[in-house]
Structures are given as structure tokens and as C-alpha cells.
Design a binder for this molecule. Structure first.
Ligand code: SF4
Ligand code: SF4
Length: 479
């Protein structure tokens, strides 16, 4: 039986009330050293802005991607920025490194309002020299790193140095067997990565509840590893990671075009169904594209198989693997216990910094926006009651996130053909994010004529206003 309209209206009203609860009486809305009230205020404004939707509401991003480097220690053959020797050399050059003084300045502009940030979208964040100093500096804004890593450099010393500053970790693992993993993650050692993850996981388990954070696996699905989809579920279970996010490979190079999953629809459907059954049994959340409706043999598949990374269609169902043989659980326990002890001491040493004048100025602008909305509280609530069954269009990137390139270019997301919407050499981040070009992009998103990149984008969702909040949080958890 569904929930009645009245109950929905009540729930929504309670939620709006909680967003619009009166902060006027509070004296510490913009305190000297604590960024949390600013982040909280900004979050409420973002929520109201996206479901009204009203682009005139001033906000700041609550999640920031700094493209501070393209460096990577691996050379995965399917990677856009490291897939060939030449491209790998180019991406590892100095010219794509963000200048440290600029990074600090831009961080000081945006992080007072943001809960989380990420680093090196097109490379390996841990391969950037000085990563420990960056996360340490950024933690003084009360912001934490959401790390996407290949896991190879996540040694115990790295865990000790950066764990207190982490919000979440996603491990990119494209194979469940040593052979496939090391072919697809060129330069990585399966055994080392398994060991690093086990130590990290166990260390987190030994920390207190408020210092814990989630781990996930990201699996790029392609011709060469489709058959390991059930295996990756077993590997996740062994590692104690409850969530796998999988997506189909994007083909950047003609010489591996048969990795494209559309050549392997029936194989995908077969291993999808096996993986799903195992995931349900083991309690692993497997978020991968659904099976194909039109699966069959693709006549365009070259029978010589030379357009695979393996040069053949590799393997069959791999069956269970004894991952215990790759790692000493005794050593994991000992290392993790020592790390957890040291980390507990480090966490207590994190010192917040004071708010600068520019942050206070933006904070006041947000406060004004918020007060205007408080004055319209009654009208907003009645509008929601009327629209309770309406659907709204929503994109988490558009409302909350921003991508800053090494040269100051700002983009709304990392989708291949997304536009650049400003540059923070020329304007402040507040001006770009709330500026004409960004708002025009947002308005087009909500209209019947969105930018081409948004047209069939998987992140553009239609959600019922009544279920907006629960769905919004599910979507957030999935990125
Ligand atoms: S680890 Fe990531 S950035 Fe590095 S080569 Fe592989 S896919 Fe590219
Ligand atoms: S809909 Fe897609 S392309 Fe458009 S802003 Fe969102 S993520 Fe980017």
C-alpha cells in the first residue's frame, strides 16, 4: 500500500521546515574558526535552489574536484590519459601540474563551503608528490578528500599520513584474477594492491565510529574482463568492501575497439546474471548497467580477436579464488593495529584555521539569500504542497559539484564534451559558479533544449518531488 498524499505532504513539510529552520537567533552563523555552520548553510541553500529550482539563489559548490595533476604510475591500455606510451609521457609531464600557490588560493576560496574534494581526476592522486601536505592543508577548512585510487601506492605509511583526512575511498580494480588485473592495470601488482586494501580496511575497523568512512570498488567492464564480473563480487567480499560500481569502458583507441561491451552483449548478460546471484548471496551491492534486451552474437566481432587487450577472448567463468593465498592475514592484523594507534593521535592534532575576509563576505551573501527564503517560507511550503506529485529534473553535478582544471578552467562535471563555464584566473569562484554562463547552462538543463552533453546523460534524472530527498541521498551515495 502506498503512502497517502497527506502523509507525503506532512513529511515534505517537515523536511522543508528542517531546511528553513530559523537561524536568525544564532550568533555563530559565521564564526571565526569553524567552517561547519557555513557548510551547513550552503547545503540548505543548494537543496532549496535545486528543487525550487531557482538560479537566483546564491550558493557555493559543496564538492570540488581539483585537477591538480595528470600523473599516474600505471599505464592501463584503455585509459584516456595514459593508454599509450606517448600519451602517458605527455600526461606525466610537469605542464599539467597545478601550481601549489594557486591551488592553495583556490582552495581557500571554495573549501570553507565544501564538505569534500577530490584530486587528480585524470591520474593517480597518490602519485602526486606532496599529496600529504595538500590533504593536511585542506583539512584546516574542515574538508575531507574523497579519494579514487588504483591502490598501488596506498602503502601503510601513506595510510598513516592521509587516513585522518579521508571522506571515502574508491579502488579502481578491473580484474578479479592476477592475470587479468595485471594486464588491464599495466604496471600494478595484484598482490600488493590486495594487501594495501586489506590493511586499510582493517585499520578503519579499529578506529572509532566517527573516524570511519566508506570504501567502494570501481570496475570498468570490457570484453577482456566481463567473465570476471562474478569474481569481482567474491573479491569485494574477501576485501570487506560492500559496494561495487561498474560502468562500461569508453573506447578511446581503435586498436582495442573490440573491448566495447556492445560486441559482447550475450556474454555480458550471462555473467551479469551470475554476478547478481552471488552478490545477493554475499550481501554485496552491485551497481552495474542492466543486461541487454537485444543480446546475440555480433557479426562485426573480428574472429582474429586481435583487437582485445589480451589478443583473444580471455578465459571463462573463473570460479572461486583463494584470495587468502595472496596476503598474510596475521601481518595485516599487526600492521593495522600499529597504524590505528598512530592515527588516533594524528586525528586529535588537526587544527582549524580562521575565516578570512573573503569567506566572511561570501558567507554574508549566503546568509542574505537564506533570510530572503525564510521570509517566503509560507509561500514555499504551499508551493511544495501543490507540486507534491510533480517530477523535477535533477543532476547532482550541476547542483553541488565543480571541476577545476590545472589552468583555472571550471566545468560542471567530467562528462567528455561538457563545456568550460569560466576561469578562476579571471574571476572568483563565487562569480563563476553564480555567474551568467553557469546559470544559462543550468536554465538550459531544466528546459527542453539542454546542452548536447546533458541530453542523454545518465546523471540527468527525473525524480518525484515527494521522493526527492530519499532519492537524492541514494544518488549521492552512488557517486
Ligand atoms: S590507474 Fe587510472 S589514471 Fe592511471 S593509467 Fe590506469 S586508468 Fe589511467
Ligand atoms: S547532466 Fe550530465 S553533462 Fe549535464 S551537467 Fe549533469 S553530469 Fe554534466
Amino acid at each position: 500500500m502506498g503512502i497517502g498524499l497527506k502523509t507525503l505532504q506532512k513529511q515534505l513539510a517537515a523536511y522543508i521546515h528542517s531546511i528553513l529552520r530559523n537561524l536568525r537567533g544564532r550568533t555563530n552563523l559565521i564564526p571565526e574558526t569553524n567552517f561547519q555552520p557555513l557548510k551547513d548553510l550552503n547545503k540548505r541553500l543548494i537543496q532549496l535552489k535545486s528543487f525550487l529550482p531557482d538560479n537566483s539563489i546564491a550558493t557555493m559548490p559543496e564538492w570540488v574536484s581539483f585537477q591538480n595533476s595528470r600523473r599516474c604510475n600505471l599505464r592501463c591500455p584503455h585509459c584516456q590519459t595514459h593508454g599509450t606510451v606517448e600519451i602517458n609521457k605527455e600526461s606525466n609531464s610537469k605542464k599539467y601540474d597545478m601550481k601549489p600557490e594557486l591551488m592553495s588560493r583556490w582552495a581557500a576560496d571554495v573549501l570553507p563551503f565544501a564538505f569534500e574534494y577530490s584530486l587528480s581526476l585524470s591520474g593517480e592522486p597518490l602519485a602526486f608528490k606532496g599529496i600529504e601536505n595538500i590533504v593536511n592543508e585542506f583539512s584546516s577548512f574542515g574538508s575531507k578528500l574523497s579519494l579514487a585510487t588504483n591502490g598501488t601506492l596506498f602503502s601503510p605509511i601513506m595510510i598513516e599520513n592521509i587516513l585522518p583526512y579521508l571522506a571515502s575511498v574508491v579502488f579502481s580494480i578491473d580484474g578479479a584474477t592476477q592475470q587479468t588485473f595485471e594486464k588491464l592495470r599495466l604496471g600494478a601488482k595484484f598482490k600488493e594492491v590486495i594487501r594495501n586494501i586489506k590493511i586499510l580496511k582493517r585499520t578503519i575497523e579499529l578506529l572509532s565510529i566517527e573516524d570511519k568512512f566508506p570504501l567502494r570498488i570501481s570496475f570498468t567492464i570490457m570484453g577482456s574482463n566481463i567473465h570476471e564480473l562474478p569474481g569481482i563480487v567474491r573479491l569485494a567480499y574477501f576485501l570487506g568492501i560492500p559496494v561495487i560500481e561498474g560502468g562500461f569502458v569508453y573506447i578511446f583507441y581503435d586498436n582495442i575497439k573490440h573491448e566495447d561491451v556492445t560486441f559482447h552483449k550475450s556474454r555480458y548478460n550471462y555473467y551479469y546474471s551470475k554476478a547478481r546471484t552471488i552478490a545477493e548471496k554475499l550481501g554485496i551491492y552491485l551497481n552495474v548497467p542492466p543486461p541487454f534486451n537485444d543480446a546475440g552474437y555480433d557479426p562485426n566481432l573480428d574472429p582474429s580477436f586481435d583487437k582485445f587487450i589480451f589478443g583473444e577472448i580471455p578465459g571463462d567463468d573463473i570460479g572461486p579464488i583463494f584470495y587468502e593465498n595472496y596476503v598474510s592475514l596475521k601481518e595485516v592484523e599487526k600492521t593495522a593495529a600499529a597504524l590505528a594507534r598512530k592515527i588516533r593521535e594524528n586525528i586529535s592534532k588537526i587544527k582549524p584555521r580562521s575565516l578570512d575576509e573573503s569567506t566572511k563576505k561570501i558567507g554574508k551573501r549566503l546568509q542574505e539569500s537564506y533570510r530572503c527564503l525564510l521570509d517566503k517560507k509560507k509561500a514555499i511550503l504551499s508551493e511544495f504542497n501543490e507540486r507534491i506529485n510533480d517530477e523535477i529534473k535533477y543532476c547532482v553535478f550541476l547542483s553541488e559539484r565543480i571541476f577545476i582544471d590545472f589552468n583555472g578552467d571550471v566545468a560542471p562535471c567530467c562528462i567528455v564534451d561538457r563545456p568550460v563555464l569560466g576561469n578562476i584566473y579571471q574571476n572568483s569562484l563565487f562569480e563563476v559558479w553564480n555567474g551568467e554562463k553557469y546559470n544559462e547552462f543550468r536554465e538550459r538543463f531544466y528546459s527542453s533544449d539542454p546542452y548536447p552533453c546533458c541530453k542523454n546523460c545518465i546523471y540527468a534524472k527525473y525524480v518525484k518531488l515527494s521522493s526527492f530527498f530519499s532519492i537524492k541521498h541514494t544518488l549521492r551515495d552512488n557517486f
